[in-house]
Design a protein around this ligand. Structure first.
Ligand SMILES: Nc1ncnc2c1ncn2[C@@H]1O[C@H](COP(=O)(O)OP(=O)(O)OP(=O)(O)O)[C@@H](O)[C@H]1O
Ligand SMILES: [Mg+2]
Length: 224
């Protein structure tokens, strides 16, 4: 298990993110998706295992990592392998080589966020949407497979898009069907009136329990 560092979420998940499974964290901007992913990478490093962190958003901040890792920064920094694909084709290339990169000391793969480069490519070439969606699905299948064969936990994050349904508006992860299909655990992060407080809803969990809600506080050293 790799603890997220949020007691409530870890308790519900029975200790944290399970090796061999795929966890999806989705939510609007600034709801702490990257922070939570970094916390998992830090906790993985504290167990002396490596993380492959794919920063597809280009938002990875070393300063934020040092706040979260605190006194463990030197050790943690050496165990996080950062990759920064510039476009969806580069993301595809990394996915194709994932089994070569993720050697036996790795316990965690983070893709933050999985669909940002996909969305950029869809906007650029809307006629290729079907092929691109199929490629995203293939990438998710690769990740699910590697989680099992290499015994690592996979954490993917996704931003949301609004869905208009008659009288109300809701949000869903980008490419929702593909992402939700492959995820064993789904956590939705929602804003509240207080910018320091995030509402986390565990929509799907391995035990198949009903959705559970908890409130998290965003602070200097991460989310608690
Ligand atoms: N040192 C800090 N102390 C307190 N809060 C912080 C600190 N650094 C960042 N934050 C807060 O963290 C939040 C951003 O978190 P994060 O980047 O993890 O969100 P995100 O969901 O990944 O956003 P995006 O969708 O834009 O990638 C912001 O609300 C910001 O105010
Ligand atoms: Mg982010």
């Amino acid at each position: 298990m790799i603890p997220t560092g949020c007691k409530a979420i870890d308790e519900i998940l029975g200790g944290g993110m399970r090796v061999g499974g795929v966890t999806l964290i989705y939510g609007e901007a600034e709801t702490g998706k990257t922070t939570l992913a970094m916390q998992c990478a830090v906790n993985c490093a504290r167990q002396s295992f490596k993380t492959l962190f794919m920063d597809s958003d280009g938002s990875f901040s070393v300063r934020r990592l040092s706040q979260i890792a605190s006194g463990y920064f030197e050790k943690v920094a050496q165990l996080i392998i950062l990759m920064k694909p510039n476009n969806f084709s580069e993301q595809t290339l990394v996915m194709d080589r994932l089994a070569d990169y993720v050697t036996k000391n790795f316990r965690l793969i983070v893709i933050d966020t999985i669909a940002s480069l996909y969305s950029a490519k869809v906007a650029e070439a809307p006629r290729e949407t079907f092929e691109l969606n199929r490629e995203l699905n293939r990438q998710m299948a690769c990740l699910a497979q590697i989680a099992k064969t290499q015994k690592v936990a996979v954490l993917i994050t996704s931003q949301v898009r609004s869905v208009f349904d008659k009288s109300y508006v809701s949000v869903e992860p980008v490419a929702t069907r593909v992402l939700k299909f492959w995820a064993d655990v789904i956590i939705a992060m929602k804003c509240t009136e207080n910018p320091r407080v995030i509402k986390a809803v565990l929509e799907k969990n391995p035990k198949g329990a009903k959705p559970l809600t908890c409130y998290l506080e965003m602070g200097e050293s991460g989310i608690r």
